[in-house]
Design a protein around this ligand. Sequence first.
Ligand code: ASP
Length: 342
Amino acid sequence: MTDLPKLLLVFVLSYVPWATANPVAIALHGGAGTLTRSAITIEQERAYLEILNAVVEQGYERLQSGAAGSDVVREVIQLMENSPLFNAGHGAVLTWEGTHELDASIMLGQNLAAGAVAGVTRVKNPIEAAFAVLKHSPHVLLSGAGADEFAEEQGLTMVGNTYFSTPRRIEALKLFRAKQHAKIAYEGDEKFGTVGVVVLDAAGNLAAGTSTGGMTGKRWGRIGDSPLIGSGTYANNRSCAVSATGHGEFFIRWQVASDICARVNYQGLGLMAAANQVIHGELTEAGGDGGVIAIDPQGNVALVFNTEGMYRASINNKGQKVIGIFGEPYNTVKHGQDLSDG
Ligand code: ASP
C-alpha cells in the first residue's frame, strides 16, 4: 500500500466509532446442571444454541455501539426471561404449591449500585424490577408482595402468575412431587436454568445481572443466591463482574460471586485462576454444584462450572466467540460468524 491510501485509511478509521472505542466484552449463561447429551434432543440442542448465539451477538453489538452496560445486561436478560427455554420469566420452574416466585438482581461496577427482588409473582420481567429498585428506591433488595407493588407503581408490565408456566415445568413439578412422596432423589431439572449476563461496556464499566425462578418444588418462601449481591451476582470495576448458577444454598454460604472478585482484587489473581479456585476448589470441596460467568476490566472472560454442562456464550475483548452447553465449547469463532463457520 502506498502512503496516500494508508493515510486515508487511518483517517477514515479514526472517525469510525468502533475503531477507536475501548474493548467491549460479554458473557452469559442459561443455567448449569445435569445436562447430558442423551437428556436433550438434537432439536432442543439447536434451539438453545440458536438463542444463545442470537442474544450474545445482540448484546455485543449494543456494547460496540456504545450502549451502557446496565442497559445491555437488562436487555439481554429480558430476551432470555421471555424465552420458554430458560428458568426465568416465562418458563420459570414451579414452587411446591404450583406457583411461580421469581428472583433477580443487577449490580454496576462503577459505583457498586445494586438492586434486587425476591419472590415476585406478577412482574413480567423481574430484572426490570431489580433495576427499578436500584434506580428508584433507597434500597437494595425488596421481596414478595411489596416488591410486586413497587414494580407496579414503577409502571412495569404486570402479568398473571400463570403467564410464567410452561408444560415442561408443570411436568417437572409432577415428577418432583411424585419422587418426594416416594422418597426418591429427584435428578431432573428441579434446579438450574437460571440466566445471567456480565459485560464490559465501551466506557470501561462492568455490570452483572441474574434472573431465576429458583428451584422446582421450593417451599416456604425459599430464596436462593440469585437475588443476593455477593452470592449470585457481583460487579466491581476494580476486579470483576460475576453471575452464578447452581445450588443456591452453597453459593450463598460460600459467597461465590464476591469471593472470585476478592481474589482478583486482593490476591492479584487472574480472572480464570480466581474462578477456577472458587468453583473447582471451594465449591466442589463443599459439595456444591454449579458455575459462573465472569469478566474483568480488560474484557477477559471466564466460563467455569463443575456440572456436566452450562448453557453459555461469550464474546471477549478480541472478538472471540464461544458457545457451549456441555463440557467442551462447541466452537470458537469470530463475532458475527455463524457457528458452522468455525
Ligand atoms: N441458583 C439458583 C437458585 O438456587 C438456581 C439456578 O441457578 O438455576 O435459586
